[in-house]
Design a protein around this ligand. Structure first.
Ligand code: FEO
Ligand code: CA
Ligand code: CA
Length: 685
């Protein structure tokens, strides 16, 4: 997200690992050392589980594991030329490709919704039954293994109030928001499951499909894991602390090896108001709003039409004798990874609290290995926050790839396990620090002595990570796991507030961001790392900024969305603004095949001037947008991306058609389906 409710405020005042003059150390050591897992992953890349890794893992009704249908070309190489930057109200895609608009904001999903109106007049009920606003992370779930029929699960991260309402947001003379506007805004957030099919080469939404559904910031959800039932999450709505309403500001995504979707709650602290002082420590550390919220939903409290405290709950004030009679704990039910079974429209979403409470970006699994734990990687997107991973207590068994009850399988692998936070050391190694009651803090205590039990540690995830000495990062966004060797990549989008460099974040006032990668050792608690590529404008000094030697054809900044397809192509999306790269091009998608980049010793190389042509610009979005969300059909013939918060787009169903000069359209975030004109595989020759 780069507009409206962006998250650049520094809340982390801990002093973990400040290190000066680390850049020289970094530049002298650029190769990730890999352990024995590489061989295991190389072996697995040729198994059917590869398809599970990238969108082929589920089919209708619980599904079966579906292998990728094609065999990677040898050697794998990009089959398109890098395109120039663009600054128009249209999408640009590499030569030989088409891009179509699919499922823009307001597209009806069932008969309860009226068609989208270009004057903003649709009702809150329409919005609850239509595609939400500001598409972000997404995943394609094939129906019966098909690459032409499936479910697109999509996050709707936030809203543009000016576009949502006929004349923008309003308030009455006392500053209260109208209930109908607030409900429409609540219903525009969350996530959705949308049945899509390809007919005569073009994708379309299946209107009124029984699997179409929306999750909003009002939908009933279950709490699961360590927080479930604890005093931390008891509210007037759920006195026993087992349920809550809604998910909010869902940014990056993930999926599971058992065929469910993961949606991640990012900037949710901005919708809750707490004017009391001092704030509870967890709320201070996470950044709960103290004077005004992003949307003012709480101001509609007391409206004559309010049902079941639907607006009151956004105000965290203690108004009653106990937590079971007010909403002081409502914010404690947010900040989690939320699991959705896309194949059962009657199922409830589940908040998996064991995976930590913070401003979650994505949640990406490693390839599951029989008899080994399942691991998920997660960024906390704020300046100087941390990288986390969750390792399941249960060991993976392949039978769980086709469960009869996917959410029960989710409970098996995601409700019990260990949450870790990353410490990147200057010598190119690192440690995963466990957030458990007996973990030692840097000042000689234990987390248990500070917080008591695991539930309270989870509630205070950021504070616990501070105490362990985690490495403050330049806004951790998406993670991606290379299916060919198990390397993990993380976008660090930018950090204009960085004044103290550390080895993993070596540029102060980092306006361009970078992508770091690591490889976990077999002990799962140690790793080696390097920096794969530095964002930069092409004209920047190569000794201080443009370390990767980027040119006009691949300069980028603020990397955000990130994903490998199952062949091993890494796709990078940007959410940029306000720097030299933004002056040259709108946000974009680039591609690179890391395993083809080798140094003189045959080790995986980072991107530098001598090999930078391997990084190619594939797609550029319209003015004002962020390009985000990455999904692929199992046959690699369609790639889906999302255009979020465009300024004056789309003009037609052809995503590349530029809105004519002098024409204003009500902008609509949308999915864009990219295919090759000749019907071939995306990205390769
Ligand atoms: Fe919603 Fe961190 O981008
Ligand atoms: Ca971003
Ligand atoms: Ca993002």
């Amino acid at each position: 997200m780069s507009r409206e409710t962006g998250n650049t405020h520094v809340i982390n005042t801990s002093q973990n690992e400040p290190m000066a003059s680390v850049l020289e150390k970094y530049l002298s050591r650029r190769t990730v050392l890999r352990g024995g897992l590489s061989a295991a992953f190389a072996m697995m890349a040729s198994t059917s589980l590869t398809g599970c890794f990238d969108g082929g893992g589920s089919s209708g009704g619980g599904g079966s594991s579906t292998p990728a249908t094609d065999t990677p070309a040898q050697p794998l190489s990009l089959g398109f030329e890098s395109i120039a930057g663009s600054k128009t109200d249209g999408c640009v895609v590499a030569q030989g490709y088409t891009a179509q608009v699919l499922a823009p904001w307001g597209t009806p999903l069932n008969t309860l919704a009226n068609p989208w109106q270009s004057d903003g007049s649709n009702s809150s009920e329409d919005q609850a039954n239509s595609v939400g606003m500001h598409h972000d992370g997404m995943h394609f779930f094939p129906i019966n293994g098909s690459s032409e029929d499936g479910l697109l699960a999509i996050n709707f991260e936030y809203i543009d109030q000016s576009a949502l309402h006929p004349d923008g947001p309003t308030r009455d003379a006392e500053g209260r928001r109208p209930a109908e506007e607030v409900r429409k805004e609540i219903n525009a957030h969350g996530a959705g499951v949308i049945r899509i099919t390809k007919v005569n080469g073009r994708w379309q939404v299946v209107d009124n499909d029984p699997l179409n559904r929306r999750f909003t910031t009002a939908s009933l959800m279950d709490l699961s894991g360590p927080l479930r039932g604890t005093a931390h999450v008891r509210t007037k709505f759920s006195k026993n602390g087992t349920q809550t309403r809604g998910t909010n500001n869902n940014c990056g995504n993930g999926y599971t090896p058992w065929g469910t979707y993961l949606t991640c709650e990012e900037n949710w602290p901005n919708v809750f108001l707490n004017t009391s002082t001092p704030l509870p420590e967890d709320q201070r550390r996470i950044g709960i709003a103290t004077s005004r919220t992003s949307y003012g939903w709480e101001s509609a409290a007391g409206d004559s039409t309010e049902v079941n405290d639907e607006f009151t709950r956004f105000n965290l004030a203690s108004t009653a004798a106990s937590a079971e009679e007010d909403y002081r704990n409502e914010a404690s039910t947010y900040g989690y990874i939320v699991e959705i079974n896309p194949f059962d429209a009657s199922s409830r979403a589940v908040k998996r609290t064991a995976l930590g409470r913070f401003r979650h970006e994505g949640c990406w699994p490693i390839l599951p290995v029989e008899g080994q734990p399942v691991t998920f990687y997660m960024g906390d997107d704020a300046q100087n926050e941390y990288l986390y991973k969750f390792v399941s207590a249960a060991l993976w068994t392949a039978a769980d790839a086709t469960p009869s009850d996917p959410l029960a399988t989710g409970a098996k692998y995601m409700d019990e396990g260990t949450l870790y936070v990353a410490r990147f050391d200057a010598d190119g190694t690192g440690r995963w620090l466990p957030l458990t009651v007996d973990s030692s803090t840097t000042d000689g205590r234990t987390l248990g002595s500070i917080y008591g039990d695991l539930a309270t540690i989870i509630l205070n995830t950021r504070g616990a990570a501070d105490a362990l000495g985690a490495t403050p990062m330049d806004r951790p966004e998406w993670t991606a796991v290379n299916p060919l060797n198990g390397d993990v990549y993380l976008t660090l989008t930018n950090n204009s507030s960085r004044t103290e460099a550390n080895a993993a974040n070596p540029r102060t006032r980092n306006l361009n961001g970078h992508i770091i990668r690591w490889h976990d050792a077999e002990d799962r608690v140690s790793f080696t790392w390097d920096i794969f590529v530095f964002g930069s404008d092409a004209a920047a000094d190569p000794t201080t900024t443009n370390f990767s030697g980027l040119t006009d054809l691949n300069q980028f900044a603020s990397p955000d969305g990130l994903s490998f397809d199952s062949r091993g192509i890494l796709w990078i999306e940007t959410d940029n603004g306000g720097n030299a790269v933004a002056s040259a091009t709108n946000d974009q998608v680039l591609a690179v095949i890391p395993t083809t980049l080798l140094d003189a010793s045959g080790n995986q190389a980072t991107i530098r001037a001598e090999n930078q042509t391997a990084l190619r610009r594939f797609f550029v979005g319209p003015n004002g947008c962020e390009v985000t969300g990455l999904a692929f059909t199992p046959d690699h013939k369609t790639m889906f991306v999302n255009i979020q918060h465009p300024g004056n787009w789309p003009y037609s169903t052809d995503a590349t058609e530029v809105t004519p000069a002098g024409t204003s359209v009500r902008p609509r975030a949308s999915t864009v389906a990219i295919q090759r004109v000749d019907g071939g595989d995306i990205g390769v020759a």
